[in-house]
Design a binder for this molecule. Structure first.
Ligand SMILES: [Mg+2]
Length: 343
């Protein structure tokens, strides 16, 4: 399986990259490494993460327009589950921010699992009209959130769940976030999952905060004893990710104890009219609906059902990565969009 090989694609990993020349040379050495592996038959080329671009000339036009406008016009909007995180981890399906949660109360974990088993097939049923499906999804998220409160979820249970979870970022995600932070391009992580869990995953897996990263997701409110008492704001579920304004966004570093001023506010995000969008579902394209963007490059990670879905993905996204690809292709793309000296 390709996910095993991908561990081998990146021969080393840097934890601190201060300049994107380093990222480029890292990428180039990675690329040379892959080529060398293919040339010596050590790796089946089909299993190397594949990239599909349906309309290369349209993509080139967008790249030129974004590069010409400069980094101060660019923002990145990314889905979290199976976009920033891996779909497969050591042969196991990577868990989602909802799926990894054990609330420390087996009875309630079972109740949430029963809801999953009932509603998950409905989410993917082609015969349910969208309005009806939207109601079902609201129902599912609403009931799940109520069970989390009723079952007495604590922040400690979140920490432990994340520590025990099968979840990992794609290779290259850290370098992508570091590069974007350095060139002062904001990143919005937009998720129908749980903001508090996503933040804990960032904290535990990346061991650092990024002042350019904001999370728009379902946010919990805890009492002084660390017990969940409510949820903030409007419910975000899989089918309404496009309706939400960015003002729910809270800079992640506030929660990580960093007292710096927010990197960027909502109004200045609105002035950034070029968008790089990352997702793993066609519905993720709606994440930029609230913006009047001028140019958008969309990148889709097609993690499974490649044969059935490739046609629709290649029409919907400018770039499609197959086989649970690492993030290096996006790192390279951003380095092309924001070359040295363009600031
Ligand atoms: Mg996703």
């Amino acid at each position: 399986m390709s996910y095993r090989l991908q561990g081998a694609i990146v021969p080393f990993r840097w934890t601190s990259i201060r300049h994107h020349h380093h990222i480029l040379s890292h990428f180039n050495s990675t690329h040379r490494y892959i080529k060398a592996r293919i040339a010596t038959n050590q790796m089946d080329p089909v299993q190397v993460s594949e990239k599909v671009v349906d309309d290369p000339s349209s993509l080139e036009l967008k790249k030129t327009a974004i590069r010409t406008a400069g980094p101060h016009k660019l923002q990145v909007i990314a889905d979290f589950d199976a976009t920033l995180t891996k779909y497969w981890i050591n042969g196991l399906r990577g868990q989602s921010s909802h799926g990894l949660l054990h609330q420390g109360n087996p009875e309630y974990d079972t109740k949430r699992q029963e809801l999953y088993e009932y509603y998950h097939p409905l989410e993917f049923s082609p015969s349910i009209p969208i309005e009806e499906k939207t109601k079902l999804m609201e129902e599912w998220w609403g009931k799940t959130h109520a069970l989390l409160i009723e079952g007495g979820l604590t922040y400690d249970a979140i920490k432990k769940s994340v520590a025990d979870a099968t979840i990992a970022f794609r290779d290259g995600v850290v370098e992508l976030l570091e590069f974007l932070e350095e060139i002062e391009v904001p990143v919005l992580i937009f998720s129908a999952g749980l903001a508090d869990i996503i933040e804990e995953v960032l904290r535990q897996k990346l061991h650092r905060s990024f002042k350019n990263v904001k999370i728009v997701s379902n946010r919990m409110v805890f009492d002084d004893n660390g017990c969940l008492i409510s949820f903030k704001g409007k419910l975000i579920h899989v089918l309404n990710k496009n309706e939400h304004s960015l003002d729910m966004a809270a800079p992640v570093h506030e929660r990580l104890g960093d007292s710096d001023e927010p990197f960027d506010d909502y109004s200045s995000m609105k002035k950034r009219t070029n968008v790089l969008l990352l997702g793993d579902h066609i519905g993720d394209l709606g994440m930029s609906d609230g913006l009047n963007y001028e140019n958008r490059i969309s990148v889709g990670f097609l993690n499974h059902n490649v044969d059935e879905s490739l046609n629709s993905y290649r029409k919907a996204f400018d770039i499609v990565y197959l086989n649970d690809a690492p993030m290096w292709g996006v790192v390279k793309l951003v380095s092309q969009l924001c070359p040295t000296g363009s600031r």
